[in-house]
Design a protein. Structure first.
Length: 245
C-alpha cells in the first residue's frame, strides 16, 4: 500500500482511504439503477439500455430540462482519447439552463457527473452527438451509472458488490454480470449470477483488479417482462507502482 499522507493514520486502511490519507489511493463508489431491465442485457444505469462506449474523444454538451437550473455547475470526470484522467466544471447557461453549453475539454468516456450547486430542478444530460454519456435525474445531484473507465497508470480494485432486485413474481428473476473491455477491444463477461427479490452482497477477500485503460460495467437481464434493479460497487482507484507493459 502507498504511504500515508500525514502522521496520524487511524489504523483502519479503508477509513484512511476514505479520508484521502493514503497517497495515490482514491475511493470510487459506483451507483447504478435501472427501473426497466428487460429480457436483453442492459447496463445498470438510470437512462436504460446499453451504455455507449466511445472509441474517440470530443467535446460534450451539457443541458438541463429546467430553465431554473441556470448558472449551476456540473463537474464531469472521465478519460480522454489516450485514457488519461480528465475533468471539467461546466456552468449551465446563465440565462436559461435549457440552452446547451459545450465543454472546452475533450472526453472519450464520462465516469461521473456531479452537481456542485444546490438541487437540480430538471434532468441534466451530458451528451456527445446523439449519445448520452451522463445523466443526473431531477433532484439526485449525481449520475447513477455502474460503469467506469480506468485511467492510464491506475488500477481499479473492487472490494464489495451489493445487488438489489425488485422482482414481484416468484417465478421471475434477474441475471447480472460484470463486463470489461480493454483498450484493444477484448471483451470479458464474467461473474454471472441470478437473483430474485432480495439483496445479494459479495464481500471479496481478495479484491478484483481491473487494469488500466479498461472499461467496466455491470449489466442485468430479466427472465420475463421488465424489472427494477440497483447495484452499489465499492472500489479503490490506486496508482500502479509499475510502468506500462
Amino acid at each position: 500500500m502507498s504511504e500515508y499522507t500525514n502522521l496520524n493514520p487511524s489504523g483502519n486502511t479503508g477509513f484512511d482511504i476514505a479520508r484521502l490519507n493514503i497517497a495515490e489511493a482514491t475511493p470510487v463508489n459506483l451507483f447504478g439503477y435501472n427501473a426497466v431491465v428487460g429480457t436483453d442485457y442492459e447496463t445498470l444505469w438510470n437512462v436504460g439500455g446499453k451504455y455507449p462506449i466511445n472509441a474517440t474523444e470530443g467535446t460534450l454538451s451539457v443541458v438541463s430540462s429546467a430553465a431554473g437550473d441556470s448558472s449551476k455547475r456540473v463537474l464531469i470526470q472521465g478519460v480522454d482519447g489516450e485514457f488519461k484522467a480528465v475533468s471539467q466544471v461546466v456552468t449551465l447557461d446563465a440565462t436559461n439552463a435549457t440552452t446547451p453549453v459545450v465543454s472546452t475539454v475533450e472526453f472519450m468516456r464520462v465516469n461521473q457527473a456531479i452537481l456542485l450547486d444546490g438541487e437540480n430542478a430538471g434532468n441534466i444530460t451530458v451528451t456527445r452527438g446523439a449519445s448520452t454519456l451522463g445523466y443526473i435525474a431531477i433532484g439526485e445531484g449525481i449520475s447513477q451509472a455502474c460503469q467506469y473507465t480506468v485511467p492510464e497508470g491506475y488500477s481499479l480494485y473492487i472490494f464489495r458488490i451489493s445487488f438489489n432486485s425488485a422482482t414481484a413474481n416468484p417465478n421471475k428473476y434477474l441475471r447480472f454480470r460484470n463486463v470489461t473491455q480493454n483498450k484493444d477491444g477484448r471483451v470479458l463477461r464474467v461473474a454471472r449470477a441470478t437473483s430474485a427479490t432480495s439483496q445479494v452482497q459479495y464481500d471479496r477477500q481478495i479484491p478484483f483488479r481491473i487494469d488500466e485503460c479498461t472499461y467496466f460495467e455491470f449489466e442485468a437481464q430479466s427472465s420475463s417482462g421488465e424489472n427494477e434493479a440497483a447495484i452499489f460497487v465499492e472500489c479503490v482507484l490506486l496508482k500502479n507502482p509499475w510502468g506500462r507493459d
